[in-house]
Every structure is written in structure tokens, then in C-alpha cells.
Design a protein around this ligand. Structure first.
Ligand code: NAG
Length: 458
């Protein structure tokens, strides 16, 4: 073998070894900076989504402490991760600098703000902008002022979005309403607003207005940061799942009342006061039993059509799903000061309870689910005849009637139309519950031998 070729080969070997060594070094540097101990300082370009989230959250929480924002973590995903077990685990460990709960990888995190205890101000906005946040404030009408007399309320802040490095913190303003609950408005962007500011479709708050009980809060440490959270996380999450709130249709109600002015006789006023007290007692009693209810029949029509009770209806009607029936409902109403007037049917079929307080009747109809339909029963005491009232399926929303928070079918128009037909918006003073409703059906007779048990009048 010629000598020249040997030298060339040697140099080639040395060169390739050097290149290989350089590769190893470079690879080690990269590897160490990604996953190994943090020997090398990270530049912002190397920040992971989780770092961004944590940094934004830290900056935001520091800012909110400085301005004493009455905040609590309301984000369903993050709260879902914070089970009680996980919390205990965290409390046992040190306040270590590690983001395991708050950095969910989602682009949005939401906080509730108790708006009656804090006024949004320019100083906060300025300080947030100084920290690098971009802000989007969503305002809307104050529904607490939007009554029948004052058509449009004052503008109030409903949502505040803070964006840092593409990560969004959503602050949901929760206002006290007269029915003793917290309310937040829908997130509606003005046409000239930046519709690309945030991934609005992914947000957990703002598609609709919402209603919540005032949550009991506790201060805790999550991922080394002090954060207030609802004490009963699962209770809060359960409320979140059915928080949708429907504002009364004040504009339509005004139009209706111009055509058909409200009865302002002393008897009508007296009925309204008594009906309000009765509804308050019913709502409180059923809340204590954790039994959801909604306003039904004439009471629902009154809310939907004129934002008040229909004075000539002379009673208050509510609905309860039979799956929520509890045997102690009767005792609870008796304890609350009502007297039982009648009990028709049985849990398996057409159950109906009637109470009376101060001369005003409270009818409780139990509703049965049957495929695409939901129905409740009626019984004529003197003849034993049975009736059936059929409704399309509906889900439950919150609403406010006479300063009481009540349930209503979310698909209210369908519900009202099923019951009262297309002419629901025309007052109908003569009404026969056995023949007038659009959705009534004859449903046979109770067997004579069971009357004593199934038709009880007190
Ligand atoms: C939390 O809320 C749920 C749902 O409302 C309820 O069933 C549960 O009893 C509550 N837990 C506590 C400790 O209050």
C-alpha cells in the first residue's frame, strides 16, 4: 500500500472523530437544556407552553393581590384536577417551583371576581399593561336596573380578558342579584371588537349568562401560588354544568303590558305579594332538599309573557322531575308553614301535590320522562278521571321572578306553546284545566278501589 494513502486515511479518521465529538457535545447541550437540570439559562424562545402559562399566572396573581381583586379560581378544567386528595398531597409537599395543576396546556384559564366588592379601575388596567398584558374588556347592560320601567340599564364590565404570550386569563364578573345569588353576563363582542383576541369557542364562561350560589371560598397553595378556590369543588362544578340564566324579556313584556295593562286593584296587589312569599318559601324549601324545580303552567307563562305573576290565575305552579322526588317533600313544606290541600296519584303515575299558604295555592306537578316527551298528570277528584299534559323535552335554566331565583325550561317558548297554543300572548281569563290546554289528553280513570289512596283531599 502506498505511503500517501496511509497518511490520508489517518487524517480522515482524525477528522471524522472530531466531527463526531462535536455532534455529541452539541447534542448534550440541547438535551440538558430541554429535560435535564437547568444548567443553561433558558431564553424566552425556549419557553414551553407550560412555562408561559405559569409565568402569566404568577404575574396576574401578583397583580391581583396588589389591587386586592376578590378573585377565585373558577376554571372547570383546573378545578377538576384539584380534587380534595390532590390538594392534601400538595399541602404536604413543599412550595416547590413546579407547575403541575395550573399548567393544563389549555389556552384559557378562568377566574370569578366578586364584582360587588371591587370596582374595575384605570389604575389596574395600566398596571396590567405595564406587565405586558393586552386587555379586552367586555361590557353589557346592568340587568339589575333593566326592569319594566327602566328599559336600558347602565353599562357594567362583564368579562375581562388578559393576554400574555398568547395565554388568556378570563376574569368573569359575578354580581349579586336580588334573589340572593351571583350572576354573570354573556360574553358578547361588539362588532368592532377584536374577534381573534382569544379562542372564544373554547371558553367555559360567557356563551350564556349564568347564575350561582355565593361559593364558600378557601385560600390554598397551588403550584406554589396562593389562590382562592371554592371550598366545595364538586358542588361548584355541578352548578357550572347547569348555570345558564335567562333574563326576562323586558322589551316584549312592555309591549304586552301596553296592550293589556296590568291589574292594579288592591286584590291583585295582594295576590302578587302573597304569590311572591309563597314562591320564596317553595324555592328555599326545595333548595334545602336539593330538589330542582321550575315554574310551570300559568306561573311560567306569566314570567315569559309579562315578567310577573298573572293575577287572575290565583295560584303558583311549579314542576319537579319525578326522578327528583323525595318522600320528605311533604313534611318539609308542612314545616315551612304550608298546609296540604290535596295529593293525587302516586310516585309511579300522575303524582300531584297541592299546598296552600295565606289563601294562595301552590300546585306541584311531577313530570315523567318518556322518550322524546315529558308529561305530567291531572286528576279530577269528583270523577276519578285522569288527564295527561304532554311537553317536548326540555332542559333547565335559571331565571328570576319577583326577586326569587327559579328554574324555567330553557326552551321556554316551546314549553309555553305546548301548553297554551299559538295564542299564548293573548290573555285568556276563562280557562278549564281539563279542556283548554293545547296539550291535554284524556288518560282513563283511577280504579274505584284505589280512590281512597290516590285521591286525597284535605
Ligand atoms: C358539595 O356539593 C355537593 C353537590 O351540591 C353536595 O352533594 C355535597 O354534599 C357538598 N359537600 C359538602 C362537603 O358540602
Amino acid at each position: 500500500m502506498p505511503r500517501v494513502n496511509r497518511t490520508t486515511l489517518l487524517w480522515l479518521l482524525v477528522a471524522s472523530s472530531l466531527i463526531f465529538l462535536l455532534f455529541q457535545l452539541r447534542y448534550y447541550r440541547n438535551y440538558a437544556s430541554e429535560t435535564g437540570p437547568h444548567i443553561l439559562r433558558r431564553t424566552p424562545g425556549h419557553m414551553t407552553a407550560s412555562d408561559i402559562q405559569w409565568q402569566s399566572m404568577k404575574t396576574f396573581l401578583r397583580l391581583s393581590r396588589r389591587f386586592q381583586l376578590p378573585l377565585f379560581l373558577a376554571d372547570p378544567t383546573l378545578l377538576g384536577l384539584l380534587t380534595q386528595d390532590a390538594l392534601l398531597e400538595r399541602e404536604r409537599s413543599l412550595r416547590e417551583a413546579h407547575c403541575s395543576f395550573l399548567c393544563s396546556g389549555r389556552a384559557v384559564a378562568s377566574f370569578g371576581l366578586l364584582a360587588n366588592a371591587w370596582t374595575y379601575n384605570a389604575a389596574f388596567r395600566l398596571a396590567a399593561e405595564e406587565k405586558g398584558f393586552e386587555l379586552l374588556e367586555v361590557r353589557g347592560e346592568d340587568p339589575r336596573l333593566a326592569s319594566l320601567d327602566l328599559l336600558s340599564g347602565e353599562d357594567i364590565p362583564l368579562h375581562l380578558l388578559l393576554r400574555l404570550h398568547g395565554y388568556i386569563i378570563q376574569v368573569v364578573f359575578l354580581y349579586e342579584r336580588s334573589g340572593n345569588y351571583l350572576w354573570h353576563g354573556p360574553l358578547r363582542l361588539k362588532t368592532n371588537a377584536d374577534h381573534g383576541f382569544a379562542p372564544f369557542a373554547q371558553m367555559d364562561f360567557g356563551r350564556h349568562a349564568g347564575a350561582y350560589d355565593r361559593p364558600q371560598l378557601i385560600l390554598t397553595v397551588v403550584d406554589g401560588l396562593d389562590i382562592a378556590i371554592p371550598l366545595n369543588i364538586s358542588g361548584f362544578l355541578a352548578q357550572h354544568r347547569r348555570a345558564r340564566f335567562l333574563e326576562c324579556r323586558y322589551r316584549d313584556a312592555r309591549r304586552f303590558l301596553r296592550l293589556y295593562p296590568d291589574d292594579s286593584s288592591p286584590e291583585a296587589l295582594d295576590f302578587r305579594n302573597k304569590a311572591k312569599s309563597l314562591l320564596q318559601v317553595a324555592a328555599k324549601t326545595l333548595a334545602r332538599l336539593h330538589v330542582p324545580f321550575w315554574i310551570s303552567s300559568g306561573t311560567c307563562l306569566g314570567w315569559f309573557r309579562q315578567c310577573s305573576f298573572i293575577t287572575y290565575s290565583r295560584d303558583v305552579d311549579i314542576g319537579i322531575f319525578i326522578s327528583d322526588y323525595r318522600p320528605d317533600i311533604i313534611a318539609a313544606f308542612l314545616d315551612a308553614g304550608l298546609s296540604l290541600k290535596h295529593k293525587f296519584g302516586k310516585v309511579e303515575d300522575s303524582l300531584e301535590l297541592s299546598f296552600v299558604m295565606d289563601g294562595v295555592k301552590l300546585d306541584i306537578f311531577f313530570f315523567y320522562e318518556d322518550g322524546d316527551l315529558i308529561w305530567n298528570g291531572g286528576t279530577q277528584a269528583k270523577s276519578g278521571r285522569k288527564f295527561k299534559y304532554i311537553f317536548p323535552r326540555f332542559s333547565l335554566c335559571w331565571a328570576e321572578l319577583a326577586e326569587v331565583r327559579v328554574g324555567v325550561p330553557c326552551e321556554t317558548l316551546d314549553y309555553v306553546m305546548a301548553n297554551y297554543g299559538a295564542a299564548w300572548d293573548v290573555p285568556q281569563r276563562t280557562w278549564d284545566w281539563k279542556s283548554s290546554p293545547s296539550n291535554v289528553q284524556e288518560n282513563g280513570m283511577w280504579p274505584l278501589a284505589q280512590w281512597e289512596e290516590l285521591i286525597q283531599v284535605f
